[in-house]
Design a protein around this ligand. Structure first.
Ligand code: ADP
Ligand code: MG
Ligand code: MG
Ligand code: MG
Ligand code: MG
Length: 446
């Protein structure tokens, strides 16, 4: 679907749009926006890529000499939000960030993903597809409206109301998403109390990443309206599952066929699929800082809570890092299970695409699949079949990032440098903090 400036001007009139949100994403993955009154004058400016903003206080956007930047709206991202009041509706456009000289800004995660897509096209593929499975928790608010860690249900995996009293909230989230054009495939209570998952249909990676950003906004907004707080942090509570965002990925070729499918291949997977998988596994340790970018992310990547801990892949078995779901033909895909929803989707997917392409270009072979439960294997047994660990802390993950030229190139110099600088500060602040755990364990003992 291609939306033209004329379509937008018409919808603004017909649907009584009074405000327009111009949205973009910073390096940490946070959706930012400038809200502009939808007057003719402003629309004219916006649609001609003349909307300027000061990038100097946006995380990871800082440059030395120059802070003026321009927002170029991607008209295909046009949405009218279902909230607003009798005075008028709020619409939105996701934008790319440009320099005053008309070149794409190197620190823009969305623009950076487009760079990876150019590489993919040069390699001969038509699209890189993503089907994300974001999980989140719904917590109660206190009297002051601040989030607590108290859940509002006692539900478990796939449970129904009345146990799952967040049912209505989730249903309304799905309704809103459907109105916004999402094709929701499933919505269910997750394993942990207070935890939910909503899956929407895969699409080309750029649109899918935009969808993730809008999805988070919708979930948080509707949760608030129901007196709840939605969080996408990776492990909000000790002792129960954390929230992941499994990424289902595939490449389509020029004919629009799934390049991972080969009815004659091992497990009906193509050479391309095995090379892509080889690339993902080869770089997995080094890209984890991008797919799992917070201190807290590593409290999810521990044994016993359905999150991956080891670098391995399997057909059916759900314990390893990469699983190949049973579906074949168009639905042939790799599912990467490490990613959590704190990842900046544009950065994570640019890196995953480049690592997969690296595997294809170097014709890397995937190691043998592991069909046993890896968590039941001893360290020696894992070692014998070449299974290694994912990084155990953000510190180790960021160190590894610095060793990997493919991952660095996928981020580009600007994003890489800013990301590492930000994460070093984050780690240092965490490492120096004295936590309650330490007081509980050491104060009386020593
Ligand atoms: P799980 O069994 O892991 O819970 P889900 O059914 O929740 O998986 O989610 C599967 C996801 O994979 C959906 O978003 C779906 O649209 C997506 N998907 C299906 N086919 C493809 C494909 N060819 N490429 C990428 N994603 C796909
Ligand atoms: Mg799922
Ligand atoms: Mg499912
Ligand atoms: Mg899940
Ligand atoms: Mg899954």
């Amino acid at each position: 679907m291609t939306i033209t400036p004329a379509d937008i001007l018409r919808e603004v009139k017909e649907k009584n749009v009074t405000f327009l949100r111009l949205m973009f994403t910073d390096i940490l993955g946070t959706l930012k926006n400038v809200e502009v009154p939808a007057t003719e004058e402003q629309l004219e400016k916006i649609l001609n890529n003349k909307m300027m903003f000061d990038g100097s206080s946006i995380e990871g956007f800082v440059r030395i000499n120059e802070s003026d930047m321009y927002l170029y709206p991607d008209l295909d991202t046009w949405i009218i939000f279902p909230w607003g009041d009798e005075n008028g509706k709020v619409a939105g456009l996701i934008c790319d960030v440009y320099n005053p000289d008309g070149t794409p800004f190197a620190g823009d995660p969305r623009g950076n993903l487009k760079r990876a897509l150019t590489h993919m096209e040069a390699t001969g593929f038509k699209s890189f597809n993503l089907g994300p499975e974001p999980e989140f928790f719904l917590f109660k608010l206190d009297e002051k409206g601040n989030p607590t860690l108290e859940v509002n249900d006692q539900g478990g995996y796939f449970d129904l109301a009345p146990i799952d009293s967040a049912d209505n909230t989730r249903r309304e989230i799905v309704n809103v998403l459907t109105d916004l054009g999402f094709e929701v495939e499933a919505s269910h209570h997750e394993v942990a109390v207070g935890q939910h998952e909503i899956d929407f249909k895969y699409t080309n990676v750029l649109e899918a990443c935009d969808n993730i950003q809008i999805f988070k906004l919708v979930v948080k907004t509707i949760a608030r309206e129901h007196g709840l707080y939605a969080t996408f942090m990776a492990k909000p509570k000790f002792g129960i599952n954390g929230s992941g965002m499994h990424c289902n990925m595939s490449l389509f070729n020029q004919e629009g066929n799934n390049a991972f499918y080969d009815p004659k291949g091992d497990l009906e997977l193509s050479e391309t699929a095995y090379h892509f998988l080889g690339g993902i596994l080869d770089h997995a340790y080094n890209f984890t800082a991008i797919t799992n970018p917070t201190v807290n992310s590593y409290k999810r990547l521990v044994p016993g809570y359905e999150a991956p801990v080891y670098i391995a892949w399997a057909g059916r078995n759900r314990s390893p890092l990469v699983r190949i779901p049973a579906s074949r033909g168009k639905g042939t895909r790799l599912e990467l299970r490490a990613v959590d929803p704190t990842a900046n989707p544009y950065l994570a997917l640019a890196v995953l695409l480049e690592c997969g392409l690296d595997g294809i270009e170097r014709k890397l072979d995937a190691p043998a699949p592991v069909e046993n439960n890896i968590y039941m294997m001893s360290g020696d047994e894992r070692k014998a079949v070449g299974i290694t660990d994912l990084p155990s802390t953000l510190h180790n993950a960021v160190k590894a990032l610095r060793e990997d030229e493919v991952v660095k190139a996928a981020l580009g110099e600007h994003i890489y440098t800013n990301f590492v600088a930000t994460k070093k500060v984050e780690w240092a602040s965490y490492a120096q903090f004295v936590s309650q755990w330490e007081i509980d364990n050491y104060l009386y003992l020593y």
